[in-house]
Ligand binder design. Sequence first.
Ligand SMILES: [Zn+2]
Length: 235
Amino acid sequence: MAIDEVIILKNDSPLYDEILAHRLGMIPLKTDIQNYNLPQDCSCGGFGCPLCQTSLTCEVINDTNKPIVVYSGDLKSNDPNIIPVNDKIPILKIDKGSKIILECYAMLGLAKNHVRFSAVSNCFYRYYPIITFNESEIKDQDEKDLIVKMCPEQLFELSNNTLKLKEDYWKTCSLCKACERNSEEKIKVDKKEDTYIFSLESDGVLPFEVIIKKTFEIYREKIEEFLTKLEGCEI
Ligand SMILES: [Zn+2]
């Protein structure tokens, strides 16, 4: 969910209304995907109703003697479940005696249409690394020191002068092969076949479990749609 429509009643700040609206749109909001419909799937036909949107208001009057910052926490939501993930996101600054009064409408949307609807800030996959070596082949002290020193992720360590690989090396190994080069290929770096490490970071709008569950639900729907269409084809 994200702010999609903004009605600016008063903006005494130096920021243009368009920039202010953009900044409001980019504030991540805690989202409730159970009780809200996508506007295009809603019975109101996307016109806007309590089933597909909620309003947030903001009214700040600076009656102090110095400029103040208006934060995301100053947005008051109609639905206590739809609130900014963090109330310390700065929106703008207003000078003494200035006002900011606005009304916003938040709705569900898809990140393929606009990034403000994205539920993740980071999402990628990479190969699962496999590092193998025979400790007895690496005898030279300088070589051992070099391997430990040259690994940018510090995955090797010397214990009792024995070269050891950290147990959870797969979490941070970037397959740079620095150890392979510095050991004249006595250490081998390879990727595990058919295995990937998938990393996903929520920006706070939805819990991780909900994101991953929903992702596979959508994926399944797409595969089923593909199969249905395939059955209708003449091959
Ligand atoms: Zn509606």
